[in-house]
Structure formats: C-alpha cells, structure tokens
Design a protein around this ligand. Structure first.
Ligand SMILES: Cc1ncc(COP(=O)(O)O)c(C=O)c1O
Length: 283
C-alpha cells in the first residue's frame, strides 16, 4: 500500500504511519473502526457510518477523537491527498496510549488513524457472480453489534473459508441460526419470495449496506422480514446473498455442499444490486 495516512493529528506517508507500542488498540484490541466506501470521489453513506462509529465509541466509553465536522474534514482531506476516486477509507479509533494495565482510566485521549485503499470501481456484472460460503460456529463475544477491532474469530473464519475455496463463512449460533458472515450481513430469499435477514440484536453488526438494502427492497415492494433463519432454512432458500460496504451485494449459490435455488444468481439479488448501483451513481 502506498499513499498518505492520517495518524493522530498528522498526515504521513503510509510507510511512516506508526502507532505507539502502548496503544491500547495494539495491546488489547481496545478500539473501534469503520470502513467507508468511496465511489466517484465521494464517501458512500458517511452519515450512517459515523453514527455507528459514535455508537461504538459510546458503548465502550472511548472518548471521541474530535467533533463530527472535524472528522469529516480529515476524511475529505485524506481522500484529497490521495486523489482517491474509488476504494475505501479505513478509520480506527483506539482508547489511546497508556502503561499496559487491563483497567483503563476514564477520559483517555483516543487515537484516530485513517488509511485510504484504492480499488477498481465496482462493475455490476462482476459483482454478480455466484459465490460459495461455508458455515462455521459463531465463537465471538456477545456484543457483535459493536464494531471493534477485536476480529480474531472473524479472521480465522475467513481463512477457513479461503482454505475451502469459498468466499465467505456464515456463522451459526448455538441454536443453529445464522448470525452473519465474518465481514458481511447474511440474507436469504424464501421459496415464498420473502427477503429475510437477521434482526438487529447483540448478535450481529448493524450493517450500513444492510440498512440501505432493506430500504431499497421495501421501496420495490419486496417483503422484508428481519428475523433469525437457520442454516437448514438457508440451504433450502430460493436465493441467498451477503452485503457489506466494500463487497456491496454478493450472491451465494452454494452453502457448504448445498446448492441454493438453481445454483445461479437469483433475480432478487440482481434487482437489489442494480438498485444499489443506481443509487451509487447518484451519490
Ligand atoms: C461482522 C460484519 N458484519 C457485517 C458487516 C457489514 O457492514 P457494512 O454494510 O456496514 O459494511 C461487516 C463489515 O465489515 C462486518 O465486519
């Protein structure tokens, strides 16, 4: 990676972007983050992403690194310095730097870092290939609604998927219900044509793309039900897909050994991806 990053008050070359040895993010995963897509030189859904960042910080008692408007200026300046047209910004806020102790002091000065990532612009047809997912047990903590940098179960799960030649792993809770993907929200379309995604609770991240897709589906009179669904139900679904800010919408044509629907990308996934892309063009 090259480019200019923002590190705790300064813009620095990527190779010089270092954080302190005793940053609690580094030592304890004591931090939160966001990934905001950049499309056509604009941030996609910046407001909802920054709202979620605020909530994550509030839930963990992390002091915000500055005002919302100051943060927006830093994001825009990072894009400008990198001439970032398509890709994403990764922003992370850790509780701050202190002598290593589990218990933290209240009101520590948090540390904000922002890194750009360039990507080729999403292409409609390319994003609509069918993907395979595997299922794995969800071994994460009980506050998956907070977007923390503590992602060990997620990265181990994604690696397991990669080793199995799959694009994503869907995690299942103790009752056999799908929670979400390791870096995405999970969806199915039932045989009755209802679009299902798990309800918001402590078990999943409230995805910003999930929120947008729900709104687009409802605008198009597609019935959306936010409820838990089992792995078995998913395997018998007519369609399945997953969403995230960078992946947008990825159709799923196989879960473990089960073919989904006719094994091809389904019409609802296609329609929703198209609506999402249309909206991106008007960001
Ligand atoms: C565990 C998890 N669930 C869901 C999502 C999707 O969220 P969003 O649509 O805001 O990118 C992500 C994104 O990184 C994630 O890590």
């Amino acid at each position: 990676m090259s480019g200019i990053c923002y590190v705790d008050g300064q813009y620095v070359a990527h190779g010089d972007a270092h954080v302190h040895m005793e940053d609690r993010g580094y030592q304890f995963s004591d931090g939160v983050y966001e990934v905001i897509a950049v499309y056509g030189g604009k941030l996609v859904d910046a407001g909802p992403h920054l709202d979620r960042l605020d909530r994550s910080m509030a839930e963990l008692g992390i002091t915000p690194p500055g005002s919302r408007s100051a943060l927006e200026i830093i994001l825009r300046e990072t894009m400008r310095r990198n001439r970032l047209i398509h890709g994403s910004l990764y922003l992370q806020v850790t509780r701050g730097v202190a002598r290593r102790e589990h218990a933290y002091s209240d009101g520590m000065r948090s540390v904000l870092t922002v890194a750009p990532r360039r990507a080729t612009p999403p292409v409609r047809s390319a994003s609509l290939n069918g993907h395979r997912v595997i299922s794995i047990p969800d071994i994460r903590w009980q506050r998956c609604d907070i977007k923390t940098v503590a992602l060990l179960p997620n990265i181990m799960g994604k690696k397991q998927a990669a080793l199995a030649g799959a694009a994503e792993a869907w995690m299942t809770d103790a009752e056999g219900m799908v929670t979400e993907g390791t870096s995405s929200n999970a969806w199915i379309v039932t045989q009755a044509g209802e679009l299902i995604t798990r309800q918001l609770d402590h078990g999943i991240l409230p995805g910003i793309t999930r929120r947008a897709i729900i709104a687009y589906a409802r605008e198009r009179q597609i019935k959306v039900v936010e409820r838990a669904f089992s792995l078995d139900e998913a395997k018998q679904a007519r369609e399945a897909f997953y969403t995230s800010a960078t992946a947008i919408l990825r159709p799923v044509v196989q879960i473990d050994d089960a073919k989904i629907g006719d094994g091809k990308v389904g019409p609802i996934a296609k329609a929703l991806a198209d609506v999402y892309f249309d909206a991106l063009d008007n960001v």
